[in-house]
Design a protein around this ligand. Structure first.
Ligand code: PRX
Length: 637
């Protein structure tokens, strides 16, 4: 991105100036930023929007292909530069450096295979792969030909994958025989085979090889990727996309019902992720950027992949986990690849901070320049540990607040520009207009205030809809506070206007950085034959940030059983239905749940109990069954 002056914001005065411009004249501001990319034809209008109907169009009429900007554009300037640096799970396996030229060639080959197998612009392709280069290549190959990728994190169970495939009526799955995570080998193809029993829209399954373990191949449906790639040309013209053509669907938990397929479109997403990558990380040409998130999450989509490649960066892709083969793995990787930027989640920081410092001290971390945090509030202790022991107090920490729905970072310090403050995401990025709102919907003015965090004006990478359910999109994000996008988070604004995100104010619990809706997990628990009803809440956990606490009513006939065994079974059930990440840390069997007279479970009370705070439940006299509260408390004690 050989930038015009507005693209890079490298001092605080410029930040304030650009911020003011972006609010005063957002269309002008964003059209200047967008000019840093290659468009096949220019846009006619920068923005049309309606916050009540939740309709947003950016760069209307503009034509482009995001891969042309993320790949082809770099070939003349940095053909041999490493685009993807792959670090395998096993430290004894050689790392792979894939240059921009090679990456483009492999993306094109796969794009040609997809076309040959019947994938056309607008078709949905589910990608269920471990963190191997083929995952990045598959995503980009879809984008090359205008197929809509729906990446499903390879830790999800077969029923969770099936639900996502069905919702998006995907035509193809791209997967692998298996994957490695620490000392485990996961049979991904087996999970897909099980999922596909209930997915009639899938015509083809493309299978990459990673573990080389034998897998079942269904004739006519399952294809060996390697064989097809051998015959494929490495030239593939990028498909011309409208700025508002969908680029991908990515599922995120809802506080009720099934997961929400957030739809992101091509032009705005490209403009925003490229711009924020450059500025939030103050990225420079020689830097080596490592985002530890899986591409199955939005952080992996926007910053490991698209944002990094749009800037011609070297992006590290790590297949493994921080504790394998030992707790020094992250620090070893930083040393080995001379990484300049580490972007990770507080849960990873907390889990490593718990271990001996000698794991860190063995390695030279002096290549680091910037540290990032994402996915959940970072507590003060973790912030200081990160600052002291990883950054040696000379690497600014960017605490980046955003969501799957926002596509890119909305509130964050700019390193070396914005003075940081522990636990604060600090200031909105240009174009982002936050507001704090009280429960009645009144905007809270002034500083030293807290409230529900809303955004009052669209930014280019705002999700456009929920796949197949625009009404739900409107109801979830635009109904509570008319005219505003409601984030579902609470926040406070300090004396200088810095924002601190305090956590979810709805029924979503963030466990180890994973966004989990309590309702779908309750549904899974309730399907267990011994369970009559359940209610799930989060409670604070040292490493995971939050953990899940389930209050479960058993059916009469189950009351005499082996409770410890039943707890295990229930967790296995959750793991099978959703995935191991949704397992409960605590289960309490109860005879009833506190309910309002209209039958709504009073989660506020359960949350207090789960936190171990039995002091002040407020007025419980209006409950249908106030006596149950004391009984549940006694059960804990
Ligand atoms: O509650 C906020 C929390 O993560 C939620 C979004 O989760 P997800 O869509 O999975 O995306 C995570 C990666 C962008 C938010 O509503 N969250 C995210 N970043 C932060 C955060 N909470 C506090 N501080 C953050 N930096």
């Amino acid at each position: 991105m050989e930038n015009r002056s507005s693209f890079t914001i490298n001092n605080l005065e410029k930040y304030f100036r650009q911020y003011r411009r972006s609010v005063r004249a957002p269309r002008k501001f964003w059209s200047e930023i967008a000019q840093n990319y290659e468009w096949m034809s220019p846009w006619e209008k920068v923005l049309e929007y309606d916050m009540n109907d939740a309709n947003f169009s950016w760069f209307i009429g503009g034509k482009l292909n995001i891969t042309q900007n993320a790949l082809d554009r770099h070939i003349s300037i940095r053909p041999d530069k490493t685009a993807i640096l792959f670090e395998p799970n096993d430290p004894n396996e050689k790392a792979q450096a894939i240059s921009y030229t090679e990456l483009l060639s492999r993306v094109n080959q796969l794009a040609n295979v997809l076309k040959k197998e019947g994938i056309q612009k607008g078709d949905r392709v589910c990608i269920y792969l471990p963190m191997i280069p083929e995952l990045a290549i598959s995503v980009l190959a879809c984008a090359r030909i205008g197929a809509i990728h729906s990446v499903v994190f390879a830790g999800f169970s077969s029923s969770a994958v099936a639900a996502r495939i069905q919702d998006a009526t995907c035509k193809m799955v791209i997967t692998s025989d298996g994957g490695y995570r620490g000392n485990k080998t996961i049979n991904l193809k087996g999970i897909i085979d099980e999922a596909l029993i209930s997915c009639p829209t899938i015509e083809k399954v493309l299978v990459f090889r990673r573990t080389n373990e034998p897998v079942n191949m269904v004739p006519g449906r399952d294809l060996e990727a390697a064989q097809l790639l051998e015959q494929a040309s490495n030239h593939c013209e990028p498909t011309i996309m409208d700025a508002e053509d969908p680029l991908f669907i990515l599922y995120t938990s809802g506080s009720t019902g099934k997961p929400k397929g957030m739809v992101h479109t091509t032009g705005g997403y490209m403009v925003y992720t490229g711009f924020t990558f450059k500025n939030v990380f103050q990225y420079q040409e020689e830097d080596i950027f490592w985002c530890t998130a899986d591409i199955g999450w939005i952080t992996g989509h926007s910053y490991l992949l698209y944002g990094a490649l749009l800037n011609g960066a070297t992006t590290v892709m790590f297949e493994g986990i921080p504790s394998y083969p030992d707790f020094g793995r992250f620090w070893e990787i930083i040393d080995k690849h001379q990484i300049t930027h580490l972007y990770t989640a507080p849960t990873a920081i907390r889990s490593l901070a718990k271990e001996s410092l000698s794991w860190v001290e063995k390695h030279d971390l002096s290549s680091l320049k910037v540290l990032g945090s994402v996915g959940e509030p970072i507590n003060e202790e973790a912030w200081h540990w990160y600052d002291d022991h990883i950054g040696h107090k000379s690497c600014p920490i960017v605490d980046t607040w955003w969501q799957t729905e926002t596509g890119g970072i909305l509130i964050s310090p700019l390193p070396f520009v914005t003075p940081t403050k522990p636990t604060y995401a600090t200031l909105p990025l240009p174009g982002v207009q936050p507001a704090l709102v009280d429960d009645k919907g009144n905007e809270i003015e002034g500083n030293r205030k807290s409230g529900n965090l809303c955004i009052t004006f669209p930014w280019p990478s705002i999700a456009r809809t929920i796949w197949g359910d625009h009404q739900r999109y409107k109801d979830t994000y635009f109904k509570a506070y008319p005219g505003k996008y409601f984030t579902g988070d609470g926040a406070l604004r300090d004396e200088v206007g810095y924002y601190r995100i305090t956590g979810r104010v709805d029924d979503i619990v963030i466990v180890s950085g994973h966004n989990l809706g309590t309702a779908p997990i309750e549904d899974a628990i309730n399907e267990h034959p011994s369970v009559a009803e359940s209610a799930l809440v989060g409670f604070p956990h040292d490493v995971k940030g939050n953990a899940l606490y389930g209050f479960i009513i058993l059916k009469d006939e189950a009351v005499q059983t082996d409770y410890e065994q039943l707890k295990k079974e229930i967790n296995q059930h959750v793991s099978d239905h959703i995935g191991p990440i949704a397992k409960l840390d605590k289960i309490q069997f109860v005879s009833g749940l506190p309910k309002t007279r209209s039958g709504k479970i009073m989660r506020r009370i359960l949350r207090k109990i789960a936190e171990g705070d039995f002091s002040n439940f407020g007025d419980i006299s209006t409950l249908l069954n106030p006596e149950i509260v004391e009984e549940i408390v006694k059960g804990v004690q």
